[in-house]
Design a binder for this molecule. Structure first.
Ligand SMILES: Cc1cc2nc3c(=O)[nH]c(=O)nc-3n(C[C@H](O)[C@H](O)[C@H](O)COP(=O)(O)OP(=O)(O)OC[C@H]3O[C@@H](n4cnc5c(N)ncnc54)[C@H](O)[C@@H]3O)c2cc1C
Length: 497
């Protein structure tokens, strides 16, 4: 099934307890903090029905039409189709949106891969896993992800089970979740924890949470969108995905929504493969960000007539290198895709995670190159109102217009650049990019776990004529990390058939 935008809007009109700045929100869909993103998500649904975009946004499997971004990936062609669909959404958005569901739903495909291993640990929840993977497809749900929380394990507000009942488990605690206030459901699970091997922790719980569940409270940060000054902040007015501190005030999770319970090992397994698919969508947004940086930088230097300076061209080239490296990692991740243990098609894991590290690690420097190329005008140009007021407009026209550029075009470009690079939204977006799929140290650890160390080691061992003993073949293995002992890291190598 594919829903319409209207059906999505109706689905979140359920009396949920949402607060912004301490004030209760009467209707999420019409509140200024959420309306732009609710409308964008609704347009995404409508794109799947619109004859102009239906083909890009849907796929038919077993006679059923599915939203293409929700569909399980079985072939490399599926990944190209997902890339096209994500681009169509980003084109529609006119900016970068991440938590509109197509990234977070990838966690369900990882769950599909883990299903057998989780069933071995605890068979009672196996049917739940399969049903929920299926349900996202058949109900076209807007799905988000809750992992990190504000308090350490063991504290009263770290998410944990407080009791079991015949109907399910009752949970208490808090999680961060971008976009939760206007989503349908979330996959809730722990962050990596220092549990001992035999741990049966009350925090080792994973479940699908209905966002309308009684006892849930959504404490949202205020939006960066300023509806009255959309001209001055063109990106944040459209694309601010409001983050939520989600409070579980003794929320009942029905047994049929539990994915694992009191199983530290299951939690480790799920966490270790969580971004196996969703890192692709995250990287694709990084590519869009890179294109925006290049576009802003190039137009800014062309407008000022600096684009023929060699040192300016060098900075532009650095941006191009950044962009093309992300593009290459994405493309190669499809070209050298790997078969997952459960038969799905995974983007090549080592290339994907290395690419993600490159995209996030270099982003601050790339934003700085772009800021330098924009120069002072990004910070000093007056607001739209001054370009329109009769007393000030003529002066601004004289300062900012030239033969090729109207003052209005120049103002628009710099308003866009400021919201991309300098506004409070821009700072937030950078932090999101750096942390939303885990902090940098955790992303590096993922690269470490997925890189095939054997190849380079054997190369030097053979070239240098070392003995097997010196290479320590029994000591260094792919996935040699603190958590690898909990799960099998090995996946079939080489291009998939
Ligand atoms: C804008 C934004 C949106 C987010 N959206 C979501 C969401 O939708 N769902 C969700 O679950 N989470 C979300 N997060 C949370 C994100 O997943 C966490 O910020 C991230 O996992 C890091 O956890 P933390 O901030 O609790 O780090 P903390 O545990 O508080 O650590 C703080 C910092 O200390 C350093 N540090 C800690 N331990 C180590 C170590 N062992 N080695 C090296 N350095 C270390 C790291 O630099 C780390 O970032 C979001 C975060 C941001 C900023």
């Amino acid at each position: 099934m594919i829903r319409t935008g209207t059906e999505y809007r109706e689905s979140i009109r359920d009396g949920r307890e949402v607060y912004v700045n301490g004030e209760r929100v009467a209707d999420v869909g019409s509140h200024p903090a959420f309306r732009p993103l609710v409308e964008m998500r609704a347009r995404m649904h409508d794109m799947a029905h619109d004859p102009a975009s239906r083909k890009v946004m849907t796929v038919t499997r077993n006679g059923e039409t599915q939203a293409l971004l929700n569909a399980l990936p079985f072939t490399q062609a599926d990944w190209w189709a997902k890339r096209r669909a994500t681009d169509a959404v980003l084109d529609m958005a006119g900016g970068i949106v991440t938590r509109i569901g197509d990234e977070t739903v990838g966690e369900m495909w990882s769950l599909h891969d883990c299903a057998d291993a989780l069933a071995e640990l605890d068979p009672q929840f196996a049917p739940n896993i399969r049903r929920h993977v299926e349900r996202v497809l058949t109900c076209d749900l807007f799905h988000v992800s809750g992992n990190a929380g504000p308090t350490p394990d063991g504290s009263d507000m770290a998410l944990h089970v407080v009791r079991e009942t015949d109907a399910g488990v009752v949970v208490r605690g808090a999680k961060y979740e971008t976009a939760a206030a206007y989503a349908n459901q979330a996959f809730i699970k722990p962050t990596l924890s220092g549990w001992g091997e035999a741990a049966q922790s009350d925090s080792a719980i994973g479940f699908i949470c209905d966002m309308a569940a009684p006892g849930l409270k959504f404490l949202c940060r205020d939006s960066f969108a300023r509806p009255a000054s959309a001209e001055d902040f063109p990106l944040s007015s459209r694309c601010d995905e409001v983050d939520t501190l989600l409070i579980f005030d003794d929320v009942l999770v029905p047994w049929e929504n539990v994915i694992f319970h009191r199983q530290a090992r299951a939690a480790m397994q799920v966490r270790a493969t969580l971004h196996r698919y969703s890192a692709f969508a995250f990287m694709q947004r990084s590519l869009r960000m890179a294109d925006m940086l290049i576009g802003v930088a190039l137009l800014a230097v062309r407008q000022r007539g600096f684009d023929r300076q060699q040192t300016v061209q060098e900075k532009l080239t650095r941006l191009a290198l950044y962009r093309e490296s992300i593009h290459a990692h994405l493309t190669a991740a499809i070209a050298l895709a790997e078969r997952s243990p459960a038969g799905l098609m995974m983007p090549n894991q080592s290339l994907l995670y290395a690419g993600r590290m490159h995209a996030t690690g270099q982003l601050p420097a790339m934003m700085q190159h772009t800021r330098e190329l924009c120069g002072a005008q990004i910070a000093l140009m007056p607001e739209t109102a001054a370009f329109q007021a009769p007393d000030t407009a003529p002066w601004l026209e004289r300062c900012y217009a030239d033969d090729d550029w109207t003052a209005e075009d120049r103002r628009r470009l710099m308003a866009f650049a400021r919201d991309l690079l300098n506004s409070d939204y821009a700072g937030h977006r950078l932090t999101f990019q750096l942390f939303a799929e885990g902090p940098p140290y955790a992303q590096l650890a993922t690269v470490y776990r997925n890189f095939d160390w054997e190849g380079p080691m054997t190369l030097v061992k053979d070239c240098a004529g070392l003995s097997d003993r010196a290479a320590g073949a029994d000591r260094l293995v792919p996935g040699d990390s603190a958590v690898s002992k909990w799960f099998a890291t090995e996946t079939p190598r080489g291009p998939a058939h």
